[in-house]
Design a protein. Structure first.
Length: 420
């Protein structure tokens, strides 16, 4: 059927309840509408020039009234002209879609997602790396093709982080940026060069001096007091910080502790190799104060996590927020005077320094914080020094408690004397 298409005719077709219909336009050959029961769609149709006796190609333009008659007529003329010129609009559209899909796959956000899924997921600090990549990199470059991120972009990012007073964070961000680009290089993302290759992080961040901050006795006491209170009120942050002071382990290794790793009868916490920075299993002897803290902690049904978030589905990981709340309590206890800047890692350094102060042999002290023995000793001395480590942890715990919970002045500790 041929008719001159008009808005009036199209509206009447929308209201029609008849069976399927197809109407060709009398003005533009190859243009028409088809539909059934209130659905009307525009189409263009003709043979592709130069394609021999092939079947005509029908291309749907869109539904009326979402697509107006004037718009549909112009679109049909363009499509019919392409077919007349020997082009195939379907193939062109398919190519456009493939190009768009490739472009979307090469967006930085997509590549970063693949990097996290395929490379980062197996890392010990996977959650921390993912957080940094998404917060610092994807938030900035997510909608750009990875090939469009330049060395200048990376330097500008690092400069802004440094200007914000976070040089250590800038170095960490650069580490993961370089790791991401090196992982992506050679894969199907269109990347042919590494934009981090000519960037020396030392030139941007400067030479970082090893941190030497250790906590004084007065500071240890304030931190301990700031974590005081019933477990139902201080969990998980209070017990977590106290165990940081008592055990001297890395903050993430303690935060991700599992009940299945704690052996109460043997007074030991055994961290599997997969969770350790050095890749070796690490046994931490638990002195009496640490055991007492662990025994008071709640166990959430179905959860193996020792220090769980409020929902109980994952370990605590927002260390900045935890420390900010702790610092506010410390400042209040200290007459509104905050401590000199300190970090959770300073607890570990204070623990290690304290072991030396107490006369613990250096090789034992190093094993207490999961540092490997040096040189040939790593190969030939496989003794675990378990009893020596247990004594070291017990002596540090006693020393720490003498600082943070000293006995009353009228109590004199007993001291054994040799027989004459």
């Amino acid at each position: 059927m041929k008719r001159t298409l008009s808005d009036r005719l199209l509206r009447s077709l929308l209201a029609s309840t008849t069976r399927a219909f197809e109407i060709w336009d009398q003005i533009d050959r190859g243009f028409g509408v088809r539909g059934q029961r209130g659905v009307v769609s525009f189409f263009a149709m003709r043979r592709q020039r130069g394609a021999g006796r092939s079947q005509p190609i029908r291309i749907t333009i869109g539904r009326f009234p979402a697509v107006g008659l004037v718009q549909a007529r112009q679109r049909a003329r363009d499509l019919l002209r392409e077919l007349y010129d020997g082009a195939n609009p379907r193939e062109r559209e398919a190519e456009r879609r493939r190009a768009l899909a490739a472009e979307q796959a090469n967006l930085f956000a997509a590549v970063a997602g693949d990097f996290i899924t395929r490379s980062v997921v197996r890392a010990r600090t996977a959650r921390n790396i993912e957080r940094i990549v998404r917060k610092e990199l994807v938030a900035r470059w997510g909608n750009k093709p990875i090939t469009a991120v330049t060395g200048r972009d990376i330097r500008q990012l690092l400069d802004e982080i440094i200007d914000d007073g976070r040089p250590a964070a800038a170095e960490q961000v650069f580490t993961y940026t370089r790791r991401l680009f090196r992982w992506a290089l050679g894969r199907d993302y269109g990347l042919t060069s590494d934009p981090t290759v000519n960037i020396a992080v030392r030139d941007i961040v400067g030479i970082r001096r090893p941190r030497q901050r250790i906590l004084t006795d007065a500071e240890l006491k304030l931190i301990w007091q700031a974590t005081d209170g019933p477990v139902v009120e201080t969990y998980p942050e209070g017990p977590y910080v106290r165990l940081l002071l008592l055990l001297g382990q890395r903050r993430t290794e303690l935060a991700e502790a599992r009940w299945s790793e704690v052996d109460f009868p043997r007074a030991a916490w055994v961290i599997g190799a997969a969770r350790m920075k050095g890749g070796d299993t690490h046994a931490v002897p638990l002195p009496a104060p640490a055991l007492e803290i662990l025994r008071t902690l709640p166990r959430l049904d179905g959860s193996d996590i020792v220090f769980a978030t409020s929902r109980g589905v994952r370990p605590i990981n927002d260390f900045a927020a935890i420390k900010a709340r702790l610092d506010r309590r410390i400042t209040a206890l200290n007459g509104r005077t905050p401590l000199e800047p300190w970090t959770f890692h300073d607890c570990r350094r204070t623990f290690r320094t304290g072991l030396s102060t107490l006369g613990i042999a250096p090789h034992v002290a190093e094993l207490c914080i999961a540092h490997r023995q040096k040189g040939l000793l790593r190969t030939y001395d496989l003794h675990r020094f378990s009893s020596e480590k247990a004594q070291a942890f017990a002596r540090w715990a006693a020393h720490l408690l003498s600082i943070v919970e000293p006995p009353p002045a009228n109590v004199v500790p007993l001291r054994s004397e040799k027989l004459k």
